[in-house]
Design a protein around this ligand. Structure first.
Ligand code: ADP
Length: 400
């Protein structure tokens, strides 16, 4: 029998929601409440190819949840709130507490609150979303799906930084990794693709935010993002790894606070910092139009992706089953894939199938882009984080 599940993605002033039927995973409606607590809030509902936009002064997340539920009932997507069997919440940081999605009780909520210092931009909104939901849907099981959980299998030698050990023991300074739901989704798909669990793959989730994971024997062995999503690859607006001394140097040189610098490293660096554009399409267009900085920024970006693929190739001792590209750029930009492949093909004994690469997504959405005589498969696989959150929520709440 089909049952209804809600998936929530709450920000500091927004609430995204989708209502699904399970086990068919059919989406019934989705919506987005914006500017919560800002006086001019509004929301939209999307269903059956239609879009309704409404204005309403929504003061807090609890009111946002109530508004959403009223709309779901009014539009007959549900008869009453009792029809909702479970709610899944996307949560940025599970710290070392959680290696999988978890039913939320008071202890879990307190642990999520204690991790706000590691996710200061995301956690306050996510907590408000959970509390708003729990207030209104008291008896409905709520599940936290953490972006970090998938990476908890990393061995110590891969998650520790070479800094004073007390920073780890007393302050939790270590690599946590992010984009876990996406990497988990792709890894599950690849296990089905190869028909076994002990796969060695390298997954490149390359969107505006970007990270690569090294999957060894079917579990996460290493990843590029660190204590926060700032580490690793050059991204749309994030610097990725840099010399940490830059922070003190710039603080003195430009009379900036650590917070201001961290903000600049998160929002004004990466591709936008170098070339003034963070969108890959805009940057590619600028490059075609002869913009030298766009050309240089893209080169630095491709090199950064190449560097981590190479590291993980070595960490897997060259025994790779597949290299997978996913997310906005990975799935859609064939030139990006070509540029990365140009840099790794010879040492890794793989060859790009130019036709197959160009066909994604122009003709098909996914597929193999390496030639049959390549040492391993190179694939494009669309990610689906929402599906992962939904199935986790369903599995955790089943029978509750
Ligand atoms: P995030 O989820 O981190 O915001 P996405 O996964 O949505 O990011 O990816 C956004 C990036 O994907 C942008 O840089 C955008 O330019 C790029 N992108 C999306 N569609 C295309 C396309 N058709 N061709 C090239 N790049 C694309």
């Amino acid at each position: 029998m089909e049952e209804k599940y809600l998936i929530i993605n709450a920000g500091s002033s927004s609430l995204k929601f989708s209502l699904y039927e399970m086990p068919s995973a059919k989406e019934i409606v989705n919506g987005y409440i914006q500017k919560i607590g800002e006086g001019d809030s509004f929301y939209e509902l999307k269903y059956d190819g239609k879009k309704d936009v409404k204005e309403k002064n929504i003061k807090n997340h609890s009111e946002a949840v109530q508004t959403m539920l009223d709309e779901l009932i009014e539009n007959k997507f549900i008869k009453n709130i009792g029809e909702i069997k479970g709610v899944g919440h996307r949560v940025l940081h599970g710290g070392e507490f959680y290696s999988k999605s978890t039913l939320i009780d008071e202890e879990v909520l307190n642990n999520i609150k204690s991790l706000t210092k590691l996710g200061p931009l995301h956690h306050p909104g996510e907590i408000a979303g959970i509390e708003g939901m729990m207030e209104v849907l008291k008896d409905v099981p709520q599940v936290a799906v953490f972006d970090t959980a998938f990476h908890q299998t990393m061995p110590k030698e891969n998650y520790l930084y070479a800094v004073p050990y007390s920073w780890y023991k007393e302050n939790g300074v270590r690599k946590y990794g992010f984009h876990g739901t996406s990497h988990n989704y792709i890894t599950d798909k690849m296990k089905k693709h190869f028909g076994r669990d002990d796969i060695n793959i390298i997954v490149c989730h390359i969107g505006s935010g970007a990270s690569i994971v090294c999957i060894k024997d079917g579990i996460c062995y290493d990843t590029t993002m660190g204590l926060t999503p700032l580490d690793g690859l050059v991204m749309g607006t994030r610097s990725g790894s840099i010399d940490p001394s830059i922070i003190e140097y710039i603080a003195k040189e430009r009379n900036m606070t650590v917070e201001e610098i961290t903000n600049a490293l998160n929002k004004e660096s990466g591709l936008i910092g170098l070339a003034g554009k963070n969108d890959y399409r805009d940057l590619s267009k600028a490059r075609e139009d002869g913009d030298d900085m766009a050309k240089l920024a893209l080169k630095i970006f491709y090199n950064s992706v190449t560097k981590y693929i190479a590291e993980y190739y070595f960490k897997l001792d060259g025994k790779v089953d597949a290299l997978v590209f996913t997310a906005g750029i990975g799935e859609n930009a064939y030139v990006f894939r070509k540029k990365v492949m140009e840099r790794i093909s010879n040492p890794m004994h793989i060859k790009l199938d130019e036709e197959a690469n160009k066909a994604i997504p122009a003709k098909v959405r996914e597929g193999k882009i390496s030639t049959d005589d390549s040492a391993f498969e190179v694939l494009v696989v669309p990610t689906n984080e929402e599906y992962m959150i939904l199935t986790d929520t369903y599995n955790v709440t089943k029978g509750k």
